[in-house]
Design a protein around this ligand. Structure first.
Ligand code: NAD
Length: 483
């Protein structure tokens, strides 16, 4: 059993209360770690450490910060196997994905933003005819609270921590209570990489009324970057309001995946299967509403069912596994209740729809890949974020109808369209209200591009210059010209 402690001012520490909580593996529901349970006084110490470290880190030559962050990236790569295995044991994603995607991308986040910060520039506004010259200075936002979810624990934590540190902020991170291990390993890596004490701090624990909320309310925290549920975003916004803190929110989603009759069907089927079953469907971007045009509807549904039945569900530590268990017993129950709801609402269950308990899976939180056909977008099972391996397939006739269905949602994180018609591709990309639109592809990311959501899917954008915008304050310096 691993012992996970806070990382405050360069040292690993217990909670001031001495309290701990277990981290439970979804593979067999046994505890794998004993985690310090952070409270307000732990957050106070961490914020104090971050505030103390801020002036020197903020004033440092970005080239030196880049070198330090490159060492963190190298540290992540050096411990790739260890990080991948713990990520899997902690939250259930397949080891092949953790090794090939999540952990390497976490290292890449550090290199990408370290380079971006060194190359960042500002604007100038010369006005010689009026005898003034104005230029923009960018200064680090300050102490940043980074609150992250459990579905891509290290990848999403580093997506926040790397740009914050690169642009000269100091950080207090609060990882999800369901998946705390790799955040602790990251703290060890930061220590080994020689980051100055207090630049990166970590407080474990829960959200409401505990470490997460204390971080949001702390008067010395200048901004909060949060990824998680939309309802949590509302609570954080309310708690941050008295301090008028800068906020960046990446929230829930329920993305429409539109397949037109003229699509390359092989690619569309493969992309749609990945779009819903990757990471057990525990993906904010998941194409949970699959809109298929009538002429290909029956064939497409049949091919999706066939694909779902071939999906390899099993122990996520085995390399052949494509889908592991859901993160917690509670989340398993939630997903199963939505499967029941979809049936009650009249969607047609085509495959799956049950918990898997055979072949050594009985102790874990496994659900069979599930597909419903003939769904209606007004069903609650189509409107809510199920966040599991459950595809709701909805037929459509004309592309305008598909766009209208796509937009009938409170979310707006992403959307996909599969078509060989260029005009259709551009029309859908333009008219669907979502922060990312993929045409004939899925989950492809360019870190320079804006990432975030419309509506209940978020506030603000991160990535490339958008992260520069969030993690810095902009100052106008006005000079009177002589002569
Ligand atoms: P969650 O909102 O329950 O928790 C996320 C984090 O917030 C955790 O660290 C939690 O402890 C903390 N938290 C909870 N209540 C808090 C409070 N009152 N104050 C401060 N912190 C609090 O989300 P989750 O279940 O961990 O993650 C799944 C959700 O995240 C889904 O809705 C998913 O769509 C979303 N998500 C969005 C993106 C994106 O990029 N838009 C990416 C991944 C996940």
């Amino acid at each position: 059993m691993k012992k996970l402690r806070h990382f405050i001012g360069g040292r690993f520490e217990d909670s001031s209360s001495g309290e701990t909580f277990p981290s439970i593996s979804p593979i067999d529901n046994t505890p794998i770690a004993d985690v310090s349970r952070g409270n307000e006084s732990d957050v106070d110490r961490a914020v104090e450490a971050a505030a103390t470290a801020l002036p020197a880190w903020a004033a440092m030559d970005p080239a030196l910060r880049r070198q330090a962050l490159y060492r963190v990236a190298e540290g992540i790569e050096a411990r790739l196997d260890e990080l991948a295995e713990w990520e899997v044991r902690d939250m259930g994603k397949p080891i092949s994905a953790a090794r090939s995607k999540d952990i390497p991308r976490s290292a890449h986040n550090f290199r990408f933003f370290a380079d971006a910060a060194e190359q960042a520039h500002t604007k100038a506004f010369p006005k010689p005819w009026d005898g003034v010259f104005t230029y923009e200075l960018r200064e680090p936002l300050g102490v940043v609270g980074a609150i992250s979810p459990w579905n891509f624990p290290l990848m999403l934590l580093t997506w926040k921590v790397a740009p914050a540190l690169a642009y000269g902020c100091t950080v207090v991170a609060k990882p999800a209570e369901q998946s705390p291990v790799t955040a602790t390993l990251l703290a060890e890596i930061c220590q080994e990489a020689g980051l100055p004490d207090g630049v990166f701090n970590l407080v474990h624990g829960f959200g409401t009324d505990e470490a997460g909320e204390a971080l949001v309310r702390h008067p010395q925290v200048d901004g909060i970057t949060f990824t998680g549920e939309s309802a949590t975003g509302q609570a954080i916004m309310a708690a941050a309001a008295p301090g008028l803190k800068k906020l960046s929110f990446e929230l829930g989603g329920n993305s429409p995946n539109i397949v037109c009759a003229d699509a390359d069907l092989d690619e569309a089927v493969a992309g749609s299967l990945r779009g819903i079953f990757t990471n057990q469907g525990e993906v904010c971007l998941a194409g949970a509403r699959l809109l298929v045009q009538r002429p290909i509807y029956d064939e497409f549904v049949a091919r999706m069912v066939d694909g779902a039945q071939r999906y390899v569900v099993g122990n996520p530590l085995e390399t052949a596994t494509q889908m592991g268990p859901l993160v917690t017993r509670e989340h398993l129950e939630k997903v199963l209740s939505y499967i029941d709801l979809a049936e009650e609402e009249g969607a047609k269950l085509m495959t799956g729809g049950y918990r898997l308990t055979e072949g050594g899976l009985e102790k874990g939180n496994y659900v069979a890949p599930t597909i419903f056909a003939d769904a209606d977008n007004h069903m609650r099972s189509c409107q809510d974020e199920i966040f599991g391996p459950v595809e709701m397939i909805i037929p459509f006739e004309e592309i305008d109808e598909a766009i209208a269905i796509a937009n009938q949602t409170r979310y707006g994180l992403a959307g996909m369209v599969w078509t060989t018609n260029l005009n259709t591709a551009h029309k859908v990309a333009r008219e669907v209200r979502a922060g990312t639109m993929w045409v004939n592809c899925f989950f492809v990311r360019d870190l320079r591009a804006p990432f975030g959501g419309y509506g209940d899917s978020g506030i603000g954008r991160e990535g490339g210059e958008y992260s520069y915008e969030f993690f810095t304050e902009s100052k106008a310096v006005v000079l009177k010209l002589g002569g």
